[in-house]
Design a protein around this ligand. Structure first.
Ligand code: ADP
Length: 623
C-alpha cells in the first residue's frame, strides 16, 4: 500500500488544512468568507475526528481478528504471517520481521547478539504481502529493545543519537523503524520489527502502540506453541524411554543364560549412552577385589581387572547412583553400581573411545542407572541359576559315584543271604530264614533306589543312553502284565487291557517302555484298594501312540497333582505311606517318556481314581 494513502497521512493533511484555514481567518475578509472558512474548519475537525475513530476502529478490528486467529489456529507460522501483514498495512510500513531469540533473556539483561547464531528469523514480509529473503535490520535497535524490554520508534535512524555508530543502520540506509518486544512470562523472547527505507512516511507513537499490541498477542501464541511442543516432546521422550525399558526387560528376562544376559546388558549400555566400550565387573567372593566378567571387545586392558577403578566403583556404590568419571588416565566413563538383593555386587561401566571430556550427557547417566538396576536382577538370577546348575552337576556326579560303589556290596549281601537261606553254609532255622528274608527284601528295596538314582543322575547329566528301535508293543505289555499279575491277584483287583496293542508300533527303547509301564501299573495296583479295577488303554493319536493307565484308587488332590512329578514327592495320605516307595518312579518315567519324544500327564479325582497317560512316537522323528 503506497504510504501517501495511509490514514495517518490523510490525518496530517487535514491538520495542515486546519492550520491554513486558521491562518486565513486572521486576514480581513468579508463576513461570509469568514463564515465559510469557519465552516471548513469545523468540517475538517469533524473529518479528522472521524478519521481517528476510523483508524482506531480498523486497528482494533485487525487486533481482534489476529488475536482470534492466534487463539484458534494450529498453524502458528500462518498466523504470524497474518500478524506481520496486518501490522505492515496498518502502520504503512514497507517490511516487517518477526525475530526470536534462541535463549530467552530477562528484560534489562545485557546481551551480546549475533543475528546468525542467537536470533532466529521466524517471519519476513513485504508490504506486497510477500515473503522476503534478505534480512536487513538494525541489530542495535533490536538489541536495545531486547535489553530494555521497551519498544522503539524512530523516523530518522541515521541521525537518531540512540543509533549513531550502528553499521547496519548506515549500510542498509534504515530510516523509519518501529521495534516492539515479544514478551512472554516476564522474558523477552524476540521482537516485531517493521521499517521504511524509501517512503517518507512517519511512524507515530500510536503505531508503536499498535505494534506492541500485536507483539503481545504473537508472544503469547509463540510461547504457548513452544510450551505445547516442549510438553509434547517431554511426553514422547518419556514414552520412548518406557518402550526402551520394556524392551530391555523383555530381553533380560527372556532367559537365564548368564553370558547372554551380560551381552544384552552391554549392548544396551552402548546403545543407550552412545559410549564406545562397555564392561561389567563383579566383586569376588572376598568382597574386596573385582573381576571383569564381561566386556565389549575393545575395553581398555589397563581398566580392569587389576582394580584400577576399584575406588571409583566404591564411591559410586556408596552414592548409590551412577556417576561420570572424568577423562584422566583413561577416557571419560560412566559407572553404574550393581546391587544383588540390596547388596553391592559390582558395576556396569561404559567409556568413550577418545580422551575428549563431556561426551556423556545427563540423560546417558540416568539411563545407565535404570539399566543397571534391571540388569542387576537378571544377572543375579542368572548367577543363582548357574550356581544351582553347578550344584546339580556336582550332586549328579556324587550320586553316580555312590550308586556305582553301592552296587557291588549289595550284590554280595543279596548273594550271601540267598546262599545262607538255601542252607549252603549249614542248616538254618525258621527264625533265621525270616531274618534272611528281611535282609533280602531290604537289599531289594535298596537296589531299586540305587537304580532309580543312577537313572536320574544319567538323565540330568545327559548321559542316559537310549537304545531306540521300531517295535510292536505286544511283547512289552505282555512282559509287564505277566510280572505284575500276581500282585493284582493278591489284592483281588481286575486288570484289563484295551485297545489295539498288537497292531501298534512305537519308535522307542523297549526296556524303558517296560520301566514306564511297570511304574504306572504297579502304582495303580499299590494305590487302589482291594477289589478295585485297573485298565490299560492303548490308542493311536496321529503320529503318536497313547498309553493310559486308569484306576479306581485313592486319587490325588489338586495340590498334590502340582508336585506329582518332582523328585521324592510322596503324598501324605496314609494309604500312600503304608506302601513302599521312594517317590522317584514318576519323575523318572516322565523324563524317559520325554527323552523318547513323548509326553506324560495325569487326570485324577481324589477318592475316585486316577488316569496316568504317556505318549510315544510311532516313527523315528528324524527320519
Ligand atoms: P512311589 O510310588 O515310589 O512313592 P512314584 O514317583 O511312582 O513313587 O509316585 C509318587 C507319588 O505319587 C506316590 O507316592 C503317590 O503319592 C502318588 N501316586 C502315584 N501314582 C498314583 C496313583 N495311581 N494313585 C494315587 N496316587 C498316586
Amino acid at each position: 500500500m503506497p504510504s501517501e494513502l495511509k490514514p495517518t497521512t490523510i490525518q496530517s493533511l487535514i491538520a495542515s488544512l486546519h492550520l491554513a484555514l486558521e491562518r486565513l481567518q486572521s486576514y480581513t475578509l468579508p463576513a461570509h468568507a469568514h463564515l465559510a472558512i469557519q465552516n471548513c474548519i469545523q468540517q475538517a475537525e469533524g473529518l479528522s475526528d472521524a478519521l481517528v475513530e476510523d483508524i482506531e476502529k480498523n486497528r482494533l478490528a485487525a487486533l481482534y481478528k489476529v488475536s482470534q486467529a492466534l487463539g484458534t489456529t494450529l498453524d502458528l507460522d500462518k498466523v504470524l504471517t497474518q500478524v506481520m501483514d496486518a501490522a505492515i498495512e496498518l502502520t504503512g510500513a514497507e517490511r516487517g520481521f518477526l525475530i526470536l531469540i534462541g535463549n530467552e533473556v530477562s528484560a534489562g539483561e545485557p546481551l551480546d547478539l549475533d543475528l546468525s547464531d542467537d536470533l532466529e528469523l521466524r517471519t519476513a514480509r513485504s508490504y506486497l504481502r510477500e515473503t522476503i529473503k534478505t534480512v536487513e535490520v538494525s541489530k542495535t535497535v533490536i538489541r536495545t529493545v531486547i535489553e530494555t524490554g521497551e519498544g522503539v520508534v524512530t523516523n530518522d535512524a541515521q541521525t537518531d543519537p540512540r543509533f549513531t555508530g550502528s553499521d547496519s543502520v548506515f549500510f542498509y540506509a534504515l530510516r523509519s523503524v518501529i521495534c516492539a518486544p515479544l514478551k512472554a512470562r516476564g522474558s523477552v523472547i524476540g521482537v516485531l520489527y517493521i521499517d521504511n527505507r524509501v517512503h517518507k512516511s512517519r511512524f507515530t507513537e500510536a503505531d508503536l502502540g499498535l505494534l506492541n499490541a500485536f507483539a503481545g498477542q504473537a508472544a503469547i501464541a509463540i510461547d504457548n506453541a513452544r510450551l505445547y511442543t516442549n510438553t509434547d516432546k517431554a511426553l514422547s521422550d518419556r514414552v520412548a524411554e518406557l518402550e526402551t525399558l520394556t524392551e530391555i526387560d523383555r530381553e533380560l528376562n527372556e532367559c537365564l543364560d548368564y553370558d547372554r544376559i551380560l551381552d544384552t546388558t552391554m549392548h544396551w549400555m552402548l546403545k543407550g549412552t552412545g559410549g564406545k566400550k562397555s564392561w561389567i565387573a563383579l566383586y569376588n567372593p572376598d568382597g574386596r577385589s573385582l573381576r571383569l566378567v564381561s566386556n565389549t571387545k575393545e575395553t581398555n586392558p589397563q581398566l580392569l581387572p587389576d582394580n584400577s577403578l576399584y575406588k571409583e566403583i566404591e564411591e559410586s556404590i556408596k552414592g548409590q547412583a551412577p556417576c561420570i568419571i572424568p577423562a584422566g588416565t583413561r577416557p571419560e566413563c560412566i559407572l553404574a553400581p550393581l546391587y544383588f538383593s540390596g547388596k553391592p555386587a559390582g558395576a556396569l561401566g561404559v567409556e568413550w573411545s577418545d580422551w575428549e571430556p563431556g561426551n556423556f550427557s545427563e540423560d546417558a547417566v540416568k539411563f545407565s542407572g535404570r539399566l543397571a538396576s534391571r540388569a542387576a536382577n537378571a544377572i543375579e538370577n542368572a548367577c543363582l541359576y548357574l550356581a544351582v546348575q553347578e550344584a546339580n552337576q556336582e550332586k549328579s556326579k556324587f550320586v553316580s559315584v555312590v550308586t556305582h560303589e553301592l552296587r557291588l556290596p549289595m550284590t554280595y549281601i543279596k548273594g550271601y543271604a540267598d546262599l545262607m537261606r538255601a542252607g549252603a553254609v549249614g542248616p538254618v532255622n525258621e527264625q533265621q530264614v525270616s531274618f534272611l528274608n528281611i535282609i533280602r527284601n531290604n537289599v531289594e528295596r535298596m537296589s531299586v533306589l540305587v537304580s532309580d538314582l543312577s537313572d536320574i543322575s544319567r538323565l540330568e547329566t545327559g548321559r542316559l543312553q537310549l537304545k531306540l528301535s521300531l517295535f510292536g508293543l505286544n511283547g512289552q505289555v505282555d512282559e509287564v502284565v505277566t510280572s505284575l499279575r500276581p500282585r493284582f491277584e493278591e489284592k483281588h483287583q481286575v486288570l484289563e487291557i484295551n485297545g489295539l496293542v498288537g497292531d501298534l508300533q512305537v519308535y522307542a527303547d523297549p526296556s524303558r517302555v517296560i520301566q514306564i509301564l511297570s511304574n504306572l501299573l504297579s502304582n495303580a495296583c499299590k494305590y487302589t484298594p482291594e477289589e478295585g479295577k485297573v485298565s490299560l488303554n492303548i490308542s493311536s493319536q496321529g503320529a503318536l501312540v497313547r498309553l493310559e493307565v486308569t484306576d479306581t484308587g485313592i486319587g490325588i488332590s489338586q495340590e498334590d497333582q502340582e508336585k506329582l512329578f518332582s523328585q521324592f514327592f510322596r503324598s501324605d495320605d496314609p494309604a500312600v505311606r503304608e506302601q513302599q516307595g521312594w517317590g522317584l518312579g514318576l519323575n523318572i518315567a516322565r523324563s524317559l517318556a520325554e527323552a523318547m519324544g513323548g509326553q506324560m500327564g495325569v487326570r485324577s479325582v481324589l477318592k475316585e481314581g486316577s488316569t496316568f497317560w504317556f505318549t510315544l512316537p510311532k516313527e523315528n522323528p528324524v527320519s
